[in-house]
Design a protein around this ligand. Structure first.
Ligand SMILES: Cc1ncc(C[n+]2csc(CCOP(=O)(O)OP(=O)(O)O)c2C)c(N)n1
Ligand SMILES: [Mg+2]
Length: 279
């Protein structure tokens, strides 16, 4: 998929995320919008994960440690053909469904249960180490929130990943600078974040995590350094793509009203038209 197609996909994904959260009456709106460009590039350009190979071990693996942004992942998995978009639209948060507010392995294409923050990197590190031990060629990708880094287990896993020189592990931080209760730097400061990861033994790159071309570029350059785990600091905007949601704390898990949904969809339609006209 080329860059223009990927950019159109991101707009379509954003519309679906908003629609399912609106219909389902709950969800993590802004965190899904901040990371959806990353998921788009991973699933449509970088990773080797399909409904046909999902039961095989020697394919890439993706663990979404910031499980609360499951609406972005549900949307992308539907588009990959793990289930239909209609199934997702109809079921999110409905009684008796498996399409609940955090990832579970009851959903086709879902690698691991997450939602309690701080677990994904440990599991991803284990999977990456297993590839090394079993002489398999797959890579393991995991996405963490920046607020999530308050969980100490992420740093324990980082020590292990560096110790075992897991350059088949790609850890991406959705660095939107907000967590649930405010700015990360006010709640539990992270900076200097890149320096911390370098000190833990990662090869670190930074990218605009809402820029499709930049994401393709950097993710195609993995491994960043042979013998070191990869860390991508993806600078994103929480609520990206919808003017009144961007960088606003309250949209962490606020649900758009009918009117807000209409305005948001109109904005995304305008972005889509602008992209089509520029072709
Ligand atoms: C162990 C644990 N503690 C608390 C929570 C509640 N919680 C859900 S989302 C969130 C904020 C996460 O912030 P961040 O990782 O920055 O996510 P993003 O900004 O990408 O939405 C918190 C504290 C949780 N899910 N798990
Ligand atoms: Mg955050």
């Amino acid at each position: 998929m080329n860059e223009r197609e990927l950019r159109l996909k991101s707009i379509a994904y954003r519309k679906t995320i908003l629609e399912i959260i609106h219909r389902g009456g709950a969800g993590h709106t802004a965190g899904s919008l901040s990371c959806v460009d990353i998921l788009n590039v991973l699933y449509n350009r970088i990773m080797n994960i399909t409904p046909d190979n999902f039961d095989q071990v020697n394919r890439d693996h993706y663990i979404q440690s910031k499980g609360h942004s499951v609406e972005a992942l549900y949307t992308v998995l539907a588009d990959q053909g793990f289930y239909s978009r209609e199934t997702l639209l109809k079921n999110l948060n409905q009684p008796g469904t498996n399409f609940v507010g955090h990832p579970t392995r009851k959903i086709p294409g879902m690698e691991h249960n997450t939602g309690a923050l701080g677990h994904g990197l440990s599991v991803a590190t284990g999977l990456a180490l297993a590839a090394r031990l079993n002489q398999q060629s797959y890579r393991v990708y995991t996405l963490l929130g920046d607020g999530e880094l308050a969980e100490g287990s992420s740093w324990e896993a980082s020590m292990t990943a560096a110790h075992y020189k897991l350059d088949n592990l790609v850890t991406i931080i959705d660095r939107n600078t907000l967590q649930i209760t405010g700015r990360t730097e006010e709640v539990n400061a992270l900076e200097p974040l890149a320096d911390k990861f370098i000190a833990f033994g990662y090869a670190v790159r930074q990218v605009d995590g809402n820029d499709i071309a930049a994401l393709v570029n950097v993710l195609e350059s993995v491994p960043f350094e042979v013998g070191k785990p990869n860390l991508l600091l993806a600078n994103t905007v929480k609520g990206k793509g919808v003017s009144f949601m961007e960088d606003v704390k309250a949209w962490h898990h606020k649900v758009p009203s009918d009117e807000q949904l209409a305005i948001a969809i109109a904005e995304l339609n305008a972005a889509e038209t602008a992209l089509e006209v520029s072709a």
